[in-house]
Structures are given as C-alpha cells and as structure tokens.
Design a protein around this ligand. Sequence first.
Ligand code: SF4
Ligand SMILES: [Zn+2]
Length: 346
Amino acid sequence: MSSFADREGVAADLVVETDDGLQCTACAHRCTLSPGQAGICDVRRNVDGELRLLTYGQVFDRPTGPPGTADPIEKKPLYHFHPTTRVLSFGGVSCNFACEFCQNNHISFAGPEDLELRDVSPEEAVESAATQDCAGVAWTYNEPTIYAEYVRDGARLAKEAGRYTAIVTNGYFTEEFVEEVGPYLDAANVDVKGFRDRPHVKHMGAKLQPTLDGAKLADEAGIHVELTYLTIPDLNDDAEEIREFAEWARDKLNPSVPVHFTRFHPDHEMRDRPATPVETLERAAAIARDEGLEFVYVGNMSGHEDNATRCPDCGAVWIRRHGFRASVAVDLDGACACGRPIDVVV
Ligand code: SF4
Ligand SMILES: [Zn+2]
C-alpha cells in the first residue's frame, strides 16, 4: 500500500507542450497545466515541467491476496463480448467527470491523497488474471482514461498473455488516447448519460459531444463498443431525448450496437428523485427498438426478459441471463437457425 508521499508516479506520454504550459491529451478536457498544477482529474500533474501520472499502478483494492476483483463480464455490462467469462477488474481514484449521482463516489470523488491504494504493476495485474482464472482484464470502477498509460501497459501485457481487455468509460477520451491505448483494447462499455448538453454540463461537469465522439472513435478503431444509458427520472428520460440518442447510436455507430438502459438509484448528491420505474426503462427500450436498434437491454433489473439476447430477425434466444449469470443457447461461432450471423465476440 502507498500513501500520497510515495506517489511520484511516472512521466505521462499523452501530453504536448504549448506556450501556456503542458497540455494533457488523454481526455477531452485537454487541461493546460503550469508547474504545480493538477488537471481536473487530480491524478495528472505538472511536476517541475513534466506531466506525471501520480497513480500509475495504484489501485483501490484489498491489501492482501491476489490483486483485482474477478467479475462476470456481464457485470460491466458487456453482453456481446466473451459471454460467461470472468474478467479481472481494476479501478483507482478520481475522475474527469463530477456526476452528482455517481454510485462509485467513494473512489471517484477521492483524490490521490485521500485513500490508501495498493501497488499493482501491469505485470502483477496480468499474472493475477491467470491465477484467478480470468479470461480478460478490465479497467473499470473509476474512469480509466485518466490513467491511460497504466491501462496501455497492462492491456499490452494482457494481450501478449492471450487475454482480452476491456474498459468501462465515460468515453471522454481523445484521438490521441485511442491511438495510444486503442491498439491493446478489445472492448469498451461507454456510458452515455443523457443526450442534452446543458444538463450534462450541470450535473456531470462535462460536455456531451466528446463522449459521443469518443464512442465513435472507439468503434472506428475496431474496439467492440456497447453503450450504457443510465436512465434518470426527470433528467434524461424524456422520450424525444431517448429517440435522438437511439438515432445517433444507429446512424453514427451501427444498428447492432448493444444498448443497455440501466436503472438509476438515488445516490451521492442526487437523492431528490426515486429509482427509475421499470416502465420508464421499458419505454426507453421500446423507443430504441422502434428506431431500429437491434440489441436493446434493460439493465440493473435482474430477471427482466429484456436481459436475454434474441435474434433480431427470428426472435430465437441466443443467450439467457439471470442477474450476472448467462447461459448460451446457440453456437456463438456459427449462425442463428434463421441464417443470421451471431453478433457476439468470442
Ligand atoms: S485526463 Fe483529462 S482531466 Fe485529467 S489532466 Fe488530462 S485532460 Fe485534464
Ligand atoms: Zn434468427
């Protein structure tokens, strides 16, 4: 475990020099930092004229035992990517957003000096995946973009060891991030938290468009993308807003991008409204299907029938899910009985 005093970090690679200072190019905030200044994310800092990632290899984890948490891949959620496998998951502290409803606020709103963190090198992370019988490694729980160089190094080693890699992200990354890290990433679940810019800035502390651009960049780079739309009552659940989101997903990504409408629970600073009614999620899913999206799920609702993957052409069930347990009903390498190729990465 290490304290802030130990945290010299490593020199960041995602940086350019400008007349005004060092500009971090990991995320779309593109913070320009003079000596001593930290970025919005707090974990990248200009230290004596060099941009340093202070939390390289420092994760929020139990202090002993093999590092990382073995999760079902379905929990990310990634439903069309190596179903039924376990993925070793890591996260650190802080974020480049400030979502009032954050369900991981104990880490995302913590700075690098606030919590004890565990030192886990990329090598140890990948070794732990083997020890814990995990098919892949994921960077999740807090925003991985802000510790891009750690993700890159771990993902590269994981790929060399024959494991898949994934991130769960707000998508607020840059072209430079995708160039640097993308070659080692297999999958990304991108959280789109609404489709209107003003509430996005007000309640999340960041603009909407870079997230949309990030999802598209990842898709174009050949990374398997799934979208999560956290559906919040009276914030982003308007039918027209959902329709525009679905149109964007269909036209700018593709009609077969999996979309998860997930349930909001009151948390952190947003406790003024109830959990999302199931009817709202079902209505959002119906709108998305109506707009031509082929794989639409209702998330955070164990046992809901919209957790199953069905053939968009004939309705045959490909994968059943209950909670995070999945059972595959077809040969995922083959085609559906109706002839449609199965849109699942294995
Ligand atoms: S990752 Fe984003 S928030 Fe953090 S320093 Fe870089 S540009 Fe700023
Ligand atoms: Zn079919």
